[in-house]
Write a protein that binds this ligand. Structure first.
Ligand code: SF4
Ligand code: SF4
Length: 172
């Protein structure tokens, strides 16, 4: 199987993976519902760098929870703390990702977004490689509609160029 390589950056299923995000065009952002992103040290720095601006933009119940307990859950994923959710949605969700919207308004949509969210549905299992999450690939078990593309869905290597570039620059 051919894969995308840029220096040692590898996306294993880049030749076949298909993906299109339809946020605002039929999708309300359901990937942020009941999902708790794993947070890296660099993510905390990027979120905290804009924290006073972010807080007033959150849902009231999310802001109250964060003010009381912080935005990190005690739960861990692969050894990393996870974002809290409130009323089933990520604390940073308010008609879309507040972190994404804040970065976008400043000219860099990735500026404050956790790495795992910014490159989604790219996923790095930790061995230096990445793959695009897809139904039927590597036991994908998230029943999320956009992870089940059709033959008409564009190739992820075209629609995820910015995410591929970010993952290549920031891979951990
Ligand atoms: S990644 Fe999927 S679930 Fe998330 S906003 Fe885009 S289309 Fe919706
Ligand atoms: S940080 Fe943003 S993109 Fe990530 S789960 Fe929360 S609302 Fe969604």
């Amino acid at each position: 199987m051919r894969s995308v390589r840029a220096s040692d950056f590898v996306v294993l299923n880049a030749d076949s993976a298909r993906f299109e995000c339809t946020f605002g065009r039929g999708c309300d952002g359901v990937c942020c519902k009941d999902s708790r992103a794993a947070i890296l040290a660099g993510d905390i720095r990027r979120i905290d760098s804009a924290f006073p601006e972010i807080l007033p933009l959150l849902r009231t119940e999310a802001r109250k929870l964060i003010e009381r307990d912080g935005y990190l859950s005690r739960r861990k994923k692969s050894g990393h703390p996870m974002l809290r959710i409130v009323d089933r949605w990520c604390v940073f969700f308010n008609s879309g990702c507040v972190l994404h919207k804040m970065g976008h308004a400043k000219g860099n949509k990735f500026a404050h977004k956790p790495f795992a969210c910014a490159v989604f549905p790219l996923h790095g299992p930790g061995d230096g490689t990445f793959y695009v999450r897809q139904k039927g690939y590597d036991g994908e078990d998230w029943d999320l509609f956009c992870l089940a593309p059709t033959a008409q869905t564009p190739l992820a290597s075209d629609t995820l160029r910015e995410e591929f570039a970010l993952a290549s620059r920031m891979r951990v």
